[in-house]
Write a protein that binds this ligand. Structure first.
Ligand SMILES: [Mn+2]
Length: 447
């Protein structure tokens, strides 16, 4: 299988044109560099460029600065990149340099990073509005402030400093919120790889398997299918560990009778998938576990049906909260009047998180949940979000039915909003009780 990039240069150019259009010809947008991060002594985490830089250019090398200057006589896209250096490239990998930024990444003008202080003020000079996000890199923030001061106080020219500074994320993230056809091709692929990995984990699980063995199998599958990374730290929690929302230690042996919760997704060509499945370690839910699972599944199916054009995102959450509170009553986890339970947020004891989040280049993708005027944001075609209700009963919860203590269930799929209704991008990952019990029972052995 080929892993040629699915997003082509025409699409990157369209994105930049859309951003230029959104900010206008009297503005300039600067996207700060993402530094390499030290993991231990002199070794670094695997580098990942910021999603904003990747979205605009596809340029994945460290530290690049991207400037969009709409209407500039030399063109809109100006890039600052690491210079070519045979010795550094021998040790740390290839660099395309300024020449490559032009030839391969659509830069109209490209510079090396050492030219930044000289050139950047010229790109900002005379633009009314600077779009820049403070707070991501202290050192770069200082350069932007110094540049602003220089342009404001120069003596023999009119002041060229921008009259206002806007957050560069506002305009760009509005664009990232709506996925293009090509982005959806990539996201479907990430979803498919991730779905396969979850099926493998279900089949490989049996009592005695360690959580980390299932993590390894899942991440092995991601990489062998050409995904770049897990899109986030994989969560493999059995029994009471499944009730810890961000359990990533994945250290324990899975016990007979446990429900195993796996929340894992790959990043493929810069786009995330995000699937959670919960299944019985030994291939059969106990009767109380089955009731809990089925309740969460029915709430999840109903929440997916709620994903329709025009509905505010927040309404999905409110409807899900009410359904899960009702399930808690039926399962004996809560008692009392449903309206009062919902009003007092009693269900938060067992369902403490939200119904889902935007999904895209970042697993918790950017994009406003509220409109600029403060109103709730209505779902629109091309948005992708997760739907992930769950119920978590800690082992130490003395008020819960004994048989449900130490059981956590979450079911999560990735949903595309379309004019024809919700489309489940992760529908190929089984979630009916019959199908997941069958998969766990059809065991494969780990290599
Ligand atoms: Mn999620």
């Amino acid at each position: 299988m080929s892993h040629a990039p699915i997003i082509d240069q025409d699409e990157f150019a369209r994105r930049r044109a859309a951003l230029a259009e959104a900010i206008g010809h009297d503005s300039v947008a600067i996207f700060a560099p993402t530094p390499e991060r030290r993991r231990s002594h002199d070794t670094f985490y695997a580098y990942r460029a910021s999603s904003d830089v990747l979205y605009l250019t596809g340029f994945a090398e460290p530290e690049a600065v991207v400037v969009i200057a709409p209407g500039h006589p030399d063109g809109d896209l100006h890039m600052f990149v690491r210079e070519r250096d045979p010795l550094k490239e021998q040790w740390d990998g290839r660099r395309v340099g300024a020449e490559g930024a032009r030839a391969l990444h659509g830069a109209d003008v490209a510079y090396t990073l050492d030219e930044l202080d000289e050139v950047l003020p010229k790109l900002v000079d005379g633009r009314r509005d600077l779009h820049y996000t403070f707070g991501q890199d202290d050192a770069f923030d200082k350069r932007i402030l110094a540049l602003n001061t220089t342009l404001r106080h120069r003596r023999n020219l009119p002041p060229g400093a921008p009259a206002s500074i806007s957050d560069a994320r506002d305009a760009l993230h509005e664009l990232r919120l709506i996925k293009s056809d090509a982005e959806l091709v990539v996201m479907r692929h990430a979803a498919e790889i991730t779905s396969e990995a979850h099926v493998l984990a279900m089949r490989a699980c049996s009592p005695g398997t360690h959580e980390y063995e299932l993590q390894a199998l899942i991440e092995y599958h991601f990489r062998r299918r050409g995904a770049d990374f897990p899109a986030y730290s994989s969560i493999v929690g059995a029994g009471d560990n499944a009730t810890i929302l961000h359990y990533i230690e994945n250290t324990d042996a899975i016990q007979d009778g446990d429900v195993v919760l796996i929340d894992a997704g790959c990043e493929y060509q810069g786009y995330a998938a995000d699937i959670t499945r919960s299944f019985p370690a030994n291939g059969s839910f106990t009767s109380p576990q089955r009731d809990l699972y089925q309740a969460v599944l029915e709430v999840q199916l109903a929440a997916i049906e709620d994903v329709t054009v025009g509905r505010p995102f927040q309404e999905l959450h409110l409807r899900t909260e009410r359904r899960l509170a009702e399930a808690c009553v039926q399962l004996g986890l809560l008692s009392g009047d449903l309206d009062e339970l919902v009003e007092s947020k009693a269900h938060k004891k067992y369902y403490p998180h939200g119904v889902g989040h935007w999904l895209g280049m970042d697993v918790h993708d950017v994009g406003p949940y509220y409109a600029p005027n403060g109103e709730r944001r209505a779902l629109a075609p091309g948005m992708v979000l997760t739907i992930e209700p769950g119920l978590y009963v800690p082992a130490h919860d003395d008020s819960a039915p004994q048989a449900l203590r130490g059981v956590g269930v979450r079911i999560e799929d990735d949903i595309l909003v379309t004019a024809d209704g919700p489309e489940n991008l992760t529908a190929s990952c089984p979630k009916s009780i019959a199908r997941i019990e069958e998969l766990v029972a059809s065991s494969i052995s780990l290599p």
